[in-house]
Write a protein of this length. Structure first.
Length: 159
């Protein structure tokens, strides 16, 4: 009798773990597979083009932009803390104002319903950086040249 109860408890524990831990993460990555370039349900646009994997990851040097540590095919989303850590690096390496970077992160951060984590889409952040670089071309000429290359690739149907 005690053995049957023990087996039942083990089965219940395994079922609980699957439902509460594995299923939400699986649903999260399943959703990202089919809607990889959206945040808060909205596509991200820059210069009339939808921002996607090819737009940000391939054509822009990683230095000077926010990056996702996950597989970039699946998710451009990082936690708010990761974004704040990267903001410190961007401030030190590129010289971007830390107040601007923090306001950019807080402007686009949102709370994930499944996990309760504060997340931010790196595509939104990078579009904000592109606009900043474009507005201050004199100081960030290297990145503006990269943007001109992106414009050319998008006009030729690269995306």
């Amino acid at each position: 009798m005690k053995v049957k109860v023990l087996h039942g408890a083990i089965v219940a524990l395994i079922a609980f773990l699957i439902v509460s831990l594995i299923l939400p993460e699986a649903a999260y990555y399943f959703t990202l597979t089919f809607f990889p370039y959206q945040a808060k349900g909205e596509p991200i646009y820059f210069n009339g083009q939808i921002v996607g994997y090819e737009y940000i990851y391939i054509n822009i040097s990683k230095r000077g932009f926010f990056n996702s540590t996950e597989s970039y095919y699946l998710s451009p989303i990082i936690t708010e803390n990761e974004a704040l850590e990267q903001a410190l690096t961007l401030n030190a390496s590129v010289g971007l104002p830390l107040t601007y970077l923090r306001s950019l992160i807080y402007n686009y951060s949102y709370r994930d319903v499944l996990t309760g984590r504060s997340l931010v889409n790196t595509n939104f952040l990078n579009v904000g950086l592109l606009k900043f670089y474009e507005h201050h071309k004199r100081f960030y000429e290297y990145y503006v040249k990269g943007m001109q290359r992106i414009y050319y690739l998008n006009q030729t149907g690269f995306q």
